[in-house]
Design a protein around this ligand. Structure first.
Ligand SMILES: Nc1ncnc2c1ncn2[C@@H]1O[C@H](COP(=O)(O)OP(=O)(O)OP(=O)(O)O)[C@@H](O)[C@H]1O
Length: 294
């Protein structure tokens, strides 16, 4: 469990993370989204004690990172896959991590095989591709068999097999009852992987929703031979075909009743699922720091 309470980080007059309060629960993959510069990495760094909050707290299982005894056993994180000594082999890197926290060396072999890195473990980390570095970073995060996993952009640089591997791994870790917190810019991937989504914009929480609610139909598609009277009474309706209207902000029940009262036959009346990407673009329209303005 990760608990953020009023978490805030200011750099000079810039507020990178603004009064963030939320709880990340076990057994769930929580996706962390937001435009570039929204404050995702800063939030994760504060959870790991790498940045200190200006105010508020970030607790893991009720304690600050610095208060954890052998933290790798409580929380595993991948924040920067390239933060590995390039001359060290993957195996030696993990062995040093294990030794630093008195973890059994058998865990090193276990996580190497879990991440598909056993064959590459003897090579120097400096020769790894980005995908292999990501796998080594995930091996490090899993080393202490922690209940909480936090991964910043873990699918960056992975090929489609690697992306699928991460998805399956994160789902199974949450299935074992762990808390999984993962940031990504890949919407379609988040849609398949996460149960819950947290969206940040300019440091502020702008959405915290179960995935199914974010992609649930927020518009209704109506088809029929004579829809003009319906279009006249529904200001939020727009024509999306010669015999088709798309209506925002109304339920199928409300529209069905209106059509009945106007005596209009309908061929089709159904909620339209929007993709996560569409919902995300709507939510963050006002929060992109670097977006092009028309
Ligand atoms: N050490 C720092 N000094 C000054 N400003 C910083 C520092 N670290 C981050 N920032 C600023 O804080 C804001 C949030 O940055 P952060 O890296 O947390 O965003 P992000 O959501 O992770 O972005 P991205 O998706 O691009 O990785 C940005 O405006 C960034 O420029």
């Amino acid at each position: 469990m990760i608990t953020l309470n009023g978490l805030t980080k200011r750099y000079g007059d810039k507020t990178a993370v603004d009064d963030l309060t939320l709880e990340l629960t076990p057994g769930t993959v929580t996706g962390f989204l937001g435009p570039n510069g929204a404050g995702k990495s800063t939030t994760m760094r504060m959870i790991m004690g790498l940045d200190s909050p200006t105010s508020g707290t970030a607790l893991i299982g009720g304690r600050r990172y610095a208060e954890l005894d052998r933290p790798l056993r409580t929380i595993g994180a991948l924040l920067d896959a390239k933060a590995v000594h390039p001359a060290r082999s993957g195996r030696d890197h993990l062995r040093a991590m294990a030794a630093s926290q008195r973890l059994p060396l058998s865990r090193v072999e276990k996580v190497l095989s879990l991440t598909g890195m056993a064959d590459a473990a003897r090579r120097r980390a400096g020769t790894y591709s980005l995908g292999m570095s990501q796998r080594l970073g995930i091996a490090g995060a899993l080393l202490g068999d922690p209940q909480v996993l936090m991964l910043d952009e873990p699918v960056n640089g992975l090929d489609p097999d690697g992306v699928r591997w991460i998805r399956t791994l994160l789902r199974s870790l949450a299935g074992e009852g762990r808390t999984v917190f993962v940031s990504s810019h890949l919407m379609s991937e988040m849609e398949r992987t996460a149960d819950r989504l947290i969206v940040l914009g300019k440091g502020r929480l702008i959405a915290d929703e179960p995935m199914e609610r974010l992609v649930a139909g927020s518009e209704v598609r109506v088809r029929g031979p004579r829809l003009q009277p319906l279009a006249d009474v529904l200001p939020a309706a727009r024509w999306t075909g010669p015999d088709e209207l798309t209506v925002a902000g109304q339920t199928t029940e409300q529209i069905g009743r209106q059509a009945y009262e106007l005596g209009l036959p309908l061929y089709e009346l159904r909620p339209v699922e929007s993709s996560l990407e569409e919902s995300y673009m709507r939510l963050t329209a006002d929060s992109t720091e670097f977006g092009a303005r028309a």
